[in-house]
Design a protein around this ligand. Structure first.
Ligand code: TRP
Length: 359
């Protein structure tokens, strides 16, 4: 019998997720094969070809399911394209090749990407990554694509300047300034508050977004609430409560809380806010993580039956035997679609042990 390959493992999870969500598995399967490239055929038993930070175990792919109140849940894949001879620049080049193939096929919108790619392209060879991408599948629609640049690819100290230049080129300088006033604690930009991802949607239309992510190290729920308050329609207290229920009430001393902002041309303030709680760092095991997510979903009146089916599609082990299958849980507020997103690790290369530490 042939050894199980990376594509067998991740492709199996993806196929089952599509089935659970009632989606045609054709496009997703084909795109995953293209994303994984030559690494898809590697046996799972070999160590990862590249230490991807997409996931804790270095899997180059992470799944997520996004619920909202008006449409069926969507399925997403975050991925790092890994070149045959892996490296920060080689992987970036392979990602652009992947995107070129998809542009030819799916007609991606690349003008904003073209406007800023030189800025983020000059990455240090020892950066964690330069460019990731993600795919979004909604029932009955064509796949959507996004890219994530690493603002710290040339070092932490250069990140505020790089992001400022990129957002100025995209006509978003005013809302960036408004955002920074709230997102970073005084004097902490580039210290405890770090610009972690710069994301662009590669499709057209009113819901095509520019997003900026800030990781808050050693923060508390109230710091996320403060970060959220710059966005109209967002209730800061709701953000704090979500962080406390998904993570903890006090200081997040391990993995950081993360904020993201949606920036829209012509508007002086960001229009959407999400908070990502690294739930895996604040539970003993995935059974506990599942219980917390179920509680949150019922608060938001979302279909939690699908949560268990999505977990079953991805998990290859009992939930109590590890911590990290449920990696993050996020609350999305404001435009375009408020809701909750659950991030599920592929665990292709490993499972983190349960901790059961007194939190
Ligand atoms: N694995 C990385 C982290 O945990 C990057 C990442 C993957 C991430 N999915 C995410 C970060 C969702 C924030 C939210 O930081």
């Amino acid at each position: 019998m042939q050894a199980l390959s990376v594509l067998d493992h991740i492709g199996g999870q993806l196929g089952r997720l599509c089935e659970v969500l009632g989606m045609d598995p054709g496009d997703p399967a084909e795109l995953l094969k293209d994303l994984l490239g030559p690494h898809g055929d590697r046996p799972l038993s070999k160590s990862p070809a590249w230490p991807s930070e997409v996931a804790d175990d270095n899997s180059p792919v992470e799944f997520s399911v996004a619920w909202n109140q008006t449409e069926p849940p969507s399925l997403r894949i975050l991925a790092e394209v890994i070149d045959a001879a892996p490296g920060v620049h080689a992987n970036m080049a392979s990602t652009y090749d992947f995107l070129d193939r998809q542009t030819a096929r799916h007609g991606l919108r690349t003008d904003r990407l073209d406007a800023v790619r030189d800025l983020f392209g000059a990455a240090c060879p020892d950066a964690a990554f330069a460019l990731w991408c993600s795919l979004v599948f909604r029932s009955g629609r064509r796949p959507e694509f996004k890219v994530y640049f690493n603002p710290e690819a040339q070092g932490v100290h250069r990140s505020p300047g790089l992001v400022a230049e990129a957002l100025t080129r995209l006509g978003l300088a005013a809302s960036y300034r408004a955002m920074l006033d709230h997102a970073a604690r005084p004097g902490e930009l580039g210290r405890l508050d770090r610009l972690s991802f710069f994301a662009l949607d590669l499709h057209d239309g009113p819901q095509s977004r520019v997003k900026l992510y800030v990781s808050h190290h050693d923060a508390q729920p109230r710091d996320a609430a403060r970060a959220a308050a710059v966005v109209d329609e967002v209730h800061a207290a709701e953000v704090a409560e979500f962080c406390a229920l998904a993570g903890r009430v006090g200081l997040f001393t391990g993995r950081p809380l993360v904020s993201s902002y949606t920036l829209t041309e012509g508007l002086a303030r960001p229009t959407g806010y999400s908070v990502y709680v690294p739930i895996r760092g604040y539970v003993g095991d995935d059974r506990e993580a599942r219980e917390r997510v179920l509680e949150l979903m019922s608060r938001y009146d979302l279909d939690h039956d699908l949560l268990d089916r999505a977990i079953d599609a991805v998990a290859r082990r009992p939930l109590e035997q590890g911590a990290g299958l449920i990696a993050h849980v996020a609350l999305r507020l404001g435009r375009p679609r408020p809701g909750l997103t659950v991030y599920l690790s592929a665990e292709a290369y490993g499972v983190a042990s349960p901790t059961h530490l007194a939190a």
